[in-house]
Design a protein around this ligand. Structure first.
Ligand SMILES: Cc1cc2nc3c(=O)[nH]c(=O)nc-3n(C[C@H](O)[C@H](O)[C@H](O)COP(=O)(O)O)c2cc1C
Length: 504
C-alpha cells in the first residue's frame, strides 16, 4: 500500500481512537470517583473525590519545581542556591567572582562579618596554610595533616562505590584526608590512595566481634594500612544525637554486608552509644585502648548539648596526664547531614556548630589543653566564610560532608535514604550510578579544596593576618538581634592566641 494511503487510513481512524480515549478517561474518572467516596482511609479523597488526587500530585511536584522557579537565591534549606552555586563553580575551577553587589542580607542575626584591616597582608608577605601534626609526642605514628579543609565521615553504604572512588581519588589529589564514616574500610577507600581517618561507629562496623564488641585483631589489621592515619570514635553526629546509624536494608548489598560484618538486605541499626562508654572516664579508657592497639592518633566526634560532661572528661585528662587525652575532638553541628535520621532529632536535638564550637574551644582552653587536643569543626561549613569563621572561633581543621557531595554533583534532592538518588551518590542502583564518573568528579573534589583554601587565605589576608590559623575571634563580628554586630571575642571572651588588630 502506498504511504499516502496508509496515512489516510490512520487519519480516518482518528475520530474512533479519540472516542475510545475519551471513553477510557471517563471510565478511569468514574472508577476513581467510586473508589474515593467508598474508601474510609483518606478524608480529603472521600470529601473531594478525583480532584483530591491533584493535591498530592502538586505537593510532590512542588518539591522539585520550587528550587527552579520559585525559591530565591538565599532561601532554600539546608543549603541555598547561592551557597550551592559557590561550591559548584569552585569545583569546576571556574571564575568565582560575582557582579553588581551582594545578595546576602547582613542584618540577619548570627551573620558573620569579617573585620578588614586597612593594611591587608601583601601577597609577598603571605604564608601558605601550615601543616599541623596531630598526636605529636603522644602516639607512635602522629599525623601531619596537610589541608585545613577535609572530607567528613560518609560511610560506604550510605554513599555509593563511584562516590567513594571520586572522593578518595579527589582527596589524594587535593592532599586532604577522607573520613571513612562508620561503615568500615572498603577497597574503594584504599584504591583512591588518600589519607584516611577510620571511623569507629557504635556498631563497630568492620572491627566488630560477633556480639558487636570491638575486635582487637580486626582493629590492628586496619591500623596496618599506612593510608589509615587516624581513628575517630563516633560518640554522636549532628543529625541524630543519641541514635545509632541507620542503614536501610535496600542499601545493604552482599558486598556492604561483608565489609560491615552484618546480614545482607536487612535494616542495620547501630546501638545509640558505645557499649563500653557510659561516662566520660570510660570514653577516655576506650580512646586509650584504641590508641594502644593502633599506635595512631585517636579522637572522637560529638554533638554538643551541654559541656559539663566534656569538662569532666578534660578534668579527668588533667588527673590522668596529657598522655591520656584524645588527640582531637570533632565537633559536629546539631544541624548536620546524614543518610537517614528521624526528623525530631535532625531538627531539634543538639546545638548548631555556631554555638557549640566556641563552647568546646573554651572548655579545652580553660583546662589548658589547647596544645594537646586539636579541634575539628563540621556542620554546614561549605563556603570560605564558614571555614574562616570556624578558624576564628578556634578550630584547627574543618570537615565537610555535604559540601563534597555538591562538589561531586549532588543537587539536594533529599533522597539519600531512598536508594533513588538521581546523581548516583547515595544509591546502589547501577543505572543511577552511571551518571557519576569518578575520574572527572575527583578533579572537582581537588578544585573545591584548592579554591576553598585559596579563598580562606584571601579572607585572612584581608583581615591583616599572614596565615589562616592566625585568625582569631577579634577578626569577626556577629550580627545581633538589633541588626548591629559585635566582635566575637566580646560574645565569647576566651580568645585563642593569634595576631590581633594592633596594626589598625
Ligand atoms: C550521606 C551521609 C552519610 C553520613 N554518614 C556518616 C557516618 O557514617 N558517620 C558520621 O559520623 N557522620 C556521617 N554523616 C554526617 C557528616 O559526616 C557530617 O557530620 C554532617 O553531615 C555535617 O557536615 P556537613 O554539613 O558538611 O554535611 C553523614 C552525612 C551524610 C550526608
Amino acid at each position: 500500500m502506498p504511504a499516502s494511503d496508509t496515512f489516510n487510513a490512520i487519519l480516518n481512524l482518528m475520530p474512533v481512537l479519540f472516542i475510545w480515549l475519551l471513553g477510557l478517561i471517563f471510565a478511569v474518572v468514574v472508577f476513581t470517583f467510586i473508589f474515593d467516596i467508598t474508601q474510609s482511609k483518606n478524608a480529603v479523597l472521600r470529601n473531594y473525590p478525583v480532584i483530591g488526587h491533584f493535591r498530592y500530585l502538586f505537593s510532590n511536584l512542588g518539591e522539585f519545581f520550587r528550587q527552579y522557579f520559585f525559591a530565591m537565591d538565599r532561601e532554600e534549606m539546608p543549603f541555598n542556591r547561592a551557597e550551592r552555586e559557590w561550591v559548584n563553580r569552585a569545583s569546576k575551577g571556574k571564575d568565582n567572582t560575582i557582579a553588581f553587589g551582594s545578595t546576602k542580607n547582613l542584618n540577619v542575626p548570627g551573620s558573620t562579618i569579617f573585620i578588614n584591616c586597612p593594611f591587608p597582608t601583601l601577597d609577598s608577605d603571605a604564608v601558605k596554610t601550615k601543616v599541623v601534626t596531630i598526636g605529636e609526642g603522644y602516639s607512635e605514628h602522629p599525623y601531619a595533616a596537610q589541608s585545613i579543609f577535609n572530607i567528613s565521615g560518609m560511610s560506604y553504604g550510605a554513599i555509593s562505590k563511584p562516590a567513594v572512588l571520586a572522593l578518595s581519588n579527589g582527596a589524594r589529589k587535593a592532599g586532604c584526608w577522607m573520613n571513612t564514616g562508620e561503615g568500615g574500610l572498603s577497597p574503594y577507600h584504599l584504591e583512591g590512595g588518600a589519607d584516611l581517618v577510620f571511623q569507629i561507629g557504635t556498631a563497630k562496623y568492620g572491627v566488630r566481634n560477633e556480639d558487636g564488641s570491638l575486635s582487637q585483631k580486626k582493629l590492628k589489621k586496619i591500623a596496618q594500612h599506612d593510608q589509615v592515619k587516624m581513628f575517630e570514635l563516633k560518640v554522636s553526629q549532628g543529625a541524630k544525637p543519641g541514635k545509632g546509624g541507620i542503614l536501610p536494608g535496600v542499601k545493604i548489598t552482599a558486598e556492604i554486608a561483608n565489609i560491615r560484618d552484618i546480614p545482607e538486605g536487612q535494616d542495620s541499626i547501630s546501638p545509640n552509644r558505645h557499649i563500653e562508654a557510659s561516662n566520660a572516664g570510660e570514653l577516655l579508657d576506650l580512646i586509650n585502648r584504641v590508641r594502644d592497639i593502633t599506635k595512631k592518633p585517636v579522637g572522637f566526634k560529638t554533638v554538643i548539648g551541654h559541656t559539663r560532661w566534656l569538662e569532666a572528661l578534660l578534668d579527668e585528662v588533667n588527673k590522668r596526664g596529657t598522655d591520656s587525652a584524645p588527640d582531637f575532638i570533632t565537633v559536629d553541628g546539631g544541624d548536620g547531614g546524614t543518610g537517614a535520621a528521624p526528623m525530631a532529632l535532625m531538627d531539634n536535638v543538639g546545638l548548631p556548630l555556631k554555638e557549640a564550637l566556641p563552647l568546646v574551644v573554651d572548655a579545652i582552653m580553660r583546662c589548658g589543653l589547647e596544645d594537646r587536643i586539636k579541634v575539628i569543626a563540621s556542620g554546614k561549613m561549605i563556603t570560605p566564610a564558614d571555614v574562616a569563621w570556624a578558624i576564628c572561633a578556634g578550630a584547627d581543621f574543618v570537615t565537610s560532608a555535604r559540601g563534597f557531595m555538591f562538589a561531586i554533583g549532588c543537587i539536594q534532592s533529599l533522597k539519600c535514604n531512598k536508594n533513588t538518588c538521581p546523581t548516583g551518590i547515595t544509591t546502589h542502583n547501577k543505572r543511577l550510578q552511571k551518571g557519576l564518573n569518578p575520574k572527572n568528579k575527583a578533579e572537582k573534589v581537588k578544585n573545591y579544596v584548592d579554591n576553598m583554601t585559596k579563598t580562606v587565605e584571601t579572607i585572612a589576608h584581608s583581615c591583616g593576618v599572614k596565615e589562616v590559623r592566625r585568625l582569631n575571634r577579634t577578626h569577626v563580628r556577629i550580627v545581633q538581634i538589633n541588626g548591629k554586630s559585635i566582635p566575637m571575642n566580646e560574645l565569647c571572651p576566651i580568645c585563642p592566641e593569634g595576631e590581633n588588630h594592633e596594626s589598625i
